[in-house]
Design a protein around this ligand. Structure first.
Ligand code: SF4
Length: 173
C-alpha cells in the first residue's frame, strides 16, 4: 500500500492547478484585428492536453465584437479605470464599461476555479502586465498594466506576460 504525505498531496495539487490564459495566446481569433497570437511552447501544449488551461478574452467577455477598433487606456492607469477615474477609449469613443465588465468576469473565473496564476498577452489594454500604449494611438509604449491584469493582481493572482513563461514554469512545477 502507498501512503501519501501531506507534502506529496500539496505537490500534486500544485502540479495540477489551472492557469488562466489569454484566448489569443492559444490561437483563438479574438484580437481587435480578428487575429490570434499563438504562443508555441511545450508547456502550453502539455497543459492544454491536461485540461489545465482556462482560455479567456476579457474584451469579448465584456461584450465587444471581433473585429473591433483598437483601444488604449487614457487619462490614468488601469487602477484608475477600475476606480472610475480614467477611461478606455478607441478612435470611435469610450469603451470603459466593456473593459471593466471583462475584468470582473475574469475575477469571477479565477475565484470559481481557485486560479493563482495567469499567463496574459503583453501590451494589451486588458491583458498587459508591464507595458501598455500611452492612450494617444501613436504606438508609444509606457509602463503600465491592462485593466484585467490590474484587477487580478489586486486579488492576489500572479500575472505573467507570454515572454515570462519560464517564470510561470518555476512557480507551478
Ligand atoms: S483582450 Fe486579452 S485575450 Fe482578448 S485579444 Fe486582447 S490580449 Fe488577447
Amino acid at each position: 500500500m502507498i501512503f501519501f504525505t501531506n507534502e506529496w498531496i500539496a505537490d500534486i495539487t500544485l502540479f495540477m492547478e489551472k492557469i488562466l490564459i489569454s484566448s489569443c495566446l492559444i490561437g483563438e481569433q479574438v484580437r481587435y484585428d480578428g487575429q490570434s497570437k499563438p504562443l508555441v511552447h511545450q508547456l502550453i501544449k502539455r497543459m492544454q492536453s491536461e485540461g489545465r488551461l482556462i482560455p479567456f478574452c476579457p474584451e469579448v467577455a465584456g461584450g465587444l465584437p471581433v473585429p473591433r477598433p483598437p483601444a488604449e487606456i487614457f487619462g490614468g492607469s488601469a487602477e484608475d479605470v477600475l476606480a472610475g477615474r480614467a477611461d478606455v477609449i478607441t478612435r470611435d469613443g469610450e469603451v470603459t464599461y466593456a473593459f471593466v465588465a471583462g475584468a470582473r468576469k475574469a475575477l469571477d473565473i479565477v475565484n470559481r476555479y481557485q486560479v493563482r496564476f495567469a499567463l496574459l498577452k503583453e501590451k494589451s489594454p486588458s491583458c498587459g502586465s508591464a507595458l501598455i500604449y500611452d492612450g494617444r494611438f501613436q504606438g508609444k509604449l509606457v509602463e503600465g498594466v491592462g485593466v484585467t491584469t490590474a484587477l487580478l493582481r489586486k486579488n492576489e493572482v500572479t500575472v505573467f506576460g507570454e515572454t515570462q513563461i519560464d517564470q510561470l514554469i518555476k512557480c507551478i512545477i
